[in-house]
Unconditional design. Structure first.
Length: 231
């Protein structure tokens, strides 16, 4: 396994390659360290500046500094390779297998608006204005909000409520082929009820409902990313 330390041992070994400066390098640290130096020291305007900086550090001190620069560069490259291998993507860069989508959610316009914003924000798909012009259609035929008693006090009064949101969904193309089979997303949130603070309770319930809607949108986006066309 190649490490920053093993590369650093080659810092003084001659190699027959040329850097950006056009000069023959006298050590692997001079070439390899150039990239790490430029990422570590923004004031370096070019590879030539990094090359000259490394060559002006003779002796043990220069080798130690070159080792440090190389080690930092190797760690950065290993981390980048690991993130790429595990499929890491920056937030908001969703990739879909379809080119366009229409969201049909007549029973939940607020949910549809938030979902449209999430899809349009930095994704590979575009929003279609109509179902006929879209490659696939995401249908949300049923959106139900419910509330039930979760626990009671010793005197029989309500102490805790549970909010429930159920979303039915289906993703299909114009030919009726399923890209995602019909499914359901269920979100639950609970909160403590205090009958002496009715206004605070209502505000808390509204906030929880907004959080639940955002959770639904995130789950739908993940499912859309996993959708595949018919074989």
């Amino acid at each position: 396994m190649v490490t920053g330390e093993s590369l650093a041992h080659l810092a003084t070994e001659p190699v027959n390659s040329r850097c950006e400066s056009g000069k023959t390098c006298h050590g692997l640290a001079t070439c390899v360290g150039t990239f790490s130096f430029m990422t570590s020291f923004p004031h370096a305007k070019s590879g030539r500046a990094a090359h000259d900086w490394l060559r002006r550090r003779p002796g043990p001190r220069g080798i130690a500094e070159a080792r440090l620069v190389i080690s930092r560069g190797c760690v950065a490259l290993v981390l980048a390779a690991g993130l790429a291998a595990c499929g890491f993507q920056l937030r908001g860069t969703a990739a879909y297998s379809f080119e366009s989508v229409f969201v049909s959610a007549p029973a939940a316009p607020s949910l549809a608006s938030e979902l449209n914003r999430a899809i349009a924000s930095g994704s590979s798909a575009r929003l279609a204005p109509t179902a006929e012009s879209a490659q696939v259609v995401l249908e949300l035929p049923s959106v139900l909000d419910d509330k039930e008693v979760l626990s009671l006090t010793a005197g029989g009064s309500v102490r805790e409520y549970q909010l429930i949101t159920r979303i039915a969904f289906r993703l299909h193309d114009k030919q009726g082929n399923d890209w995602l089979p019909p499914g359901e997303i269920v979100i639950r949130r609970s909160y403590t009820f205090n009958e002496t603070q009715v206004l605070a309770r209502d505000l808390q319930e509204q906030r929880l409902r907004r959080d639940m809607q955002t959770d639904v949108v995130q789950q739908l986006v993940r499912r859309l990313q996993a959708a595949k066309g018919p074989a």
